[in-house]
Design a protein around this ligand. Structure first.
Ligand SMILES: Cc1cc2nc3c(=O)[nH]c(=O)nc-3n(C[C@H](O)[C@H](O)[C@H](O)COP(=O)(O)OP(=O)(O)OC[C@H]3O[C@@H](n4cnc5c(N)ncnc54)[C@H](O)[C@@H]3O)c2cc1C
Length: 408
């Protein structure tokens, strides 16, 4: 049996490691566009100087063959063959698509200039670090206020560069926060050293010896050393176009993480699988989800018929000294929701049919595992509304409602 994995990052490595645990004799081969695996999640810490580059590398599991700088350019499911950029045809018995996502860069005048960066790979960080060495203004323009943009802004500030955010909407972290949480950050974060300008979409970028000028559609100009564009990620599916594999926002999979074709599975940021809270298939581009799915796909690739329950979107991030937790249907506006706020804290919970469906906590110390378990187990919990909002939900509260059959 030969297992081939396309994509040598965390989903691919998690799958390879689990296959090795379950099957010690078959061949496991990883094809990777990048030379060596590393933690993309740690890139902001690397930029901030909080992590040494030696610590960012990930290990390839023992007895797994890793071929770096070897892209898959085509998969032919009927023939069970994957073709690489070096025009080599590799036969597989089971294959995992774990090619992740790439950064999206909107088209605007000057978008190809050398002072514009996206954030996805190590090469992006190396390019930015080089630029920072010759910077004159010590100001970075950041387009977008999503998770990665916020983490990067925090890293720039730690390196003595002022982050200036241009946000097309009126919200911070609009993909994961409810209105109240986003409004709270709008009030709270400017005092921490970042500058925010809302309703600003980029029209053009002009580069000179002393930096860049970003002009927005509403006619404002912003000056900085360079521009970082954080406008989300797009699953890497281009090489699958002629394969016939069913695609939507990502590679569509069933409850066994199997694609529309036999012996072909998917996991991680490229994969559109069931989301437990949204009750639909979604791409949940998150590190722990990539691990879960990679390991789970391995079970089904090696013949254990084990359905995947689905993921729950969840983020815990510290930005500008502010701890943000958001999970489940945290942006929903049509659920029963409750909020609590003080000058430096915010809590919001969302209930559906008396069950916890979403939560947002900013600077509130919580046990994230308990909140996730409450969502996952669909425990009727409306009577614990005050406990939920205070952030003090514990396993003691959940224990009476949970039985093994309801969780596992
Ligand atoms: C800056 C940053 C910060 C983040 N912070 C967090 C966080 O705080 N919390 C969190 O949960 N998640 C975070 N994430 C998201 C997390 O890193 C991803 O969910 C995770 O890396 C997904 O893993 P993956 O293996 O599916 O894909 P990826 O890590 O995207 O890796 C896919 C790999 O496949 C390769 N590849 C692509 N096409 C091909 C091909 N045709 N052939 C061969 N190889 C190919 C790519 O080059 C890449 O090496 C962050 C991401 C970034 C970029």
């Amino acid at each position: 049996m030969r297992y081939v994995i396309v994509g040598g990052s965390i989903a691919g490595l998690a799958c390879a490691g689990r296959i090795r645990e379950l099957d010690s004799t078959s061949d496991v081969l990883i094809l990777s566009e990048e030379a060596r695996p590393y933690s993309k999640m740690a890139l902001p810490s690397l930029l901030a100087g909080e992590m040494k580059s030696d610590n960012i590398w990930l290990d390839v599991p023992a007895d797994v063959q890793f071929r770096g700088l070897e892209n898959a350019v085509r998969i032919e499911p009927g023939k069970h063959i994957v073709t690489t950029l070096k025009d080599q045809e590799i036969a597989y018995d089971r294959l995992l698509i774990a090619s992740g996502a790439g950064a999206s860069l909107p088209d605007f005048e000057g978008s190809d200039c050398s002072s514009i960066f996206t954030i996805r790979n190590m090469s992006d960080i190396l390019g930015i670090q080089k630029k920072m060495k010759t910077a004159k203004k010590h100001k970075v323009i950041i387009s977008g206020a999503g998770l990665v943009s916020m983490e990067m802004g925090d890293a720039f500030l730690k390196q003595g560069f002022k982050p200036i955010y241009l946000v097309s909407s009126q919200k911070i972290l609009s993909q994961i926060l409810d209105e109240g949480g986003s409004d709270f950050l709008k009030q709270y974060l400017p005092a921490k050293g970042a500058e925010f300008h809302f309703g600003q979409s980029i029209k053009s970028v002009h580069e000179s010896d002393v930096g860049i000028v970003v002009e927005t559609v509403s006619g404002n100009n912003f000056e900085g050393d360079f521009l970082v564009v954080g406008k989300g990620a797009v699953p890497n599916t281009g090489y699958l176009a002629a394969s016939g594999i069913a695609l939507d926002d990502g590679v569509l999979v069933d409850e066994y993480l199997k694609t529309s074709h036999e012996d072909l599975f998917a996991a991680g940021d490229v994969c559109q699988a069931f989301d437990m809270m949204h009750n639909e298939k979604r791409v949940n581009a998150l590190w722990p989800v990539a691990i879960e799915q990679g390991r789970h796909a391995a079970m089904n690739m090696t013949c254990y018929h084990d359905p995947y329950q689905g993921s729950i979107s969840r983020n815990v991030v510290t930005i500008f000294g502010t701890v943000v937790f958001a999970a489940g249907l945290s942006r929903s506006t049509d659920l029963e929701s409750y909020h609590r706020q003080s000058s430096n804290r915010y809590a919001g919970i969302m209930l559906k049919d008396g069950r916890l469906a979403g939560a947002v906590f900013i600077n509130v110390r919580i046990d994230p595992g308990c909140y996730l378990l409450a969502m996952q187990s669909r425990t009727e919990i409306a009577h614990l509304k005050d406990v939920l909002l205070s952030g003090s939900l514990s396993y003691v509260h959940l224990h009476p409602f949970l039985t093994a059959s309801r969780i596992f």
